[in-house]
Design a protein around this ligand. Structure first.
Ligand code: DGY
Length: 321
């Protein structure tokens, strides 16, 4: 019998990550890349020593309690870990790791793309062109919101929020941030700390959501907070869809309170609120913040680094519990 641990891998992996995985481990793979149900996860985890999962699998307390005895570690291919019930994993004596840092730049790049795409009406321009409706240049055609020199508020100044602030400086923006705590000066990236959302929101020509999903951030951007933004503000969300109350955001986009929104994440994705599809002033992407070849490889290698550490009895580089 092989001494290599057996890993249950819930989704297809980038080729280079797969190659390293199969060099060092035995693995149950998911070549079709479908999303498994809870029962399929329980079945797949049978006889396995660890699970390599992604945010598309909900590892609830109930599911974790029913996992086979032999599963001792969960490595998620993501920085976000709201899909895993950490206290339940801890109760079972399991270790859990995630993939921080390596996706900061790619995700901040997409946040900037969402900001620019929304402000400069990229979706409308693309559609006009592709549908053959462009009849030529005109002085008032697709005029959008000017970006350079404006004010950006960042809700959640973690590593991705800080990377967003650095990009915004390239656009000569004045950056404010609101966070659970003030950062040390060297991490602030020149951004100005606001004690509360109430203080920051009226200053935001642009608002970027970069906080993790949690009970505290659930529907954080609600009707009241949208009302506190200046008229014509632009909202960007590359964090998690649950941060936004869709009814409130859609009403503000329809009613003209907000000029536009750039969204890469959605509550209940991939089943997004269908009203977004009809909104011309919404620039929409399908959760592609970390989707570069380099970043997805780095995320996969981080999962393997953590599994390697676990099976060698070393401290996890990115242990959550
Ligand atoms: C993460 O890592 O949490 C991202 O959302 C996946 O791109």
């Amino acid at each position: 019998m092989s001494s290599q641990p057996l890993i249950f891998v819930t989704r297809a992996l980038p080729p280079d990550v797969n190659t390293r995985l199969l060099r060092d481990y035995r693995a149950k793979l998911n070549p079709d890349d479908g999303t498994y149900s809870a029962e399929e996860i329980l079945e797949g985890a049978e006889d396995c020593d660890a699970i390599l999962c992604t945010p598309t699998e909900k590892l609830t307390a109930e599911l974790i309690e029913r996992l086979p005895e032999g599963v001792r570690m969960i490595a998620t291919f993501s920085v976000g870990h709201e899909h895993i019930d950490l206290p339940a994993a801890e109760r079972r004596g399991m270790r859990v790791s995630n993939t921080p840092d390596v996706l900061n730049d790619a995700t901040a790049d997409i946040a900037m793309l969402c900001l620019l795409g929304a402000a400069r009406r990229a979706h409308e321009g693309q559609t006009m062109l592709r549908e053959g409706r462009w009849v030529g240049w005109a002085t008032t055609q697709l005029t959008g919101v000017h970006v350079t020199g404006k004010r950006l508020g960042i809700f959640g100044m973690g590593r991705i929020g800080q990377a967003m602030a650095r990009r915004a400086k390239g656009f000569e923006m004045t950056v404010y941030y609101c966070n659970r705590r003030r950062l040390p000066l060297e991490q602030e990236q020149g951004a100005i700390y606001c004690e509360s959302a109430e203080e920051m929101l009226p200053l935001c020509d642009f608002l970027s959501l970069n906080a993790p999903a949690s009970d505290e951030t659930y529907h954080w951007l609600n009707a009241e907070r949208i009302a506190a933004l200046p008229d014509g503000a632009v909202v960007v969300n590359t964090a998690r869809g649950t941060l936004v109350d869709d009814d409130a955001l859609i009403a503000a986009l329809n009613g003209g309170k907000l000029a536009a929104a750039g969204l890469d994440v959605f509550e209940g994705e991939p089943k997004i609120d269908p009203r977004y599809r009809g909104l011309e002033n919404a620039f929409l992407l399908p959760h592609m913040g970390s989707a570069t070849v380099e970043t997805r490889n780095a995320m996969g290698f981080k999962c393997l680094d953590n599994l390697d550490a676990f099976f060698a009895g070393r401290a996890l580089p990115d242990g959550l519990v």
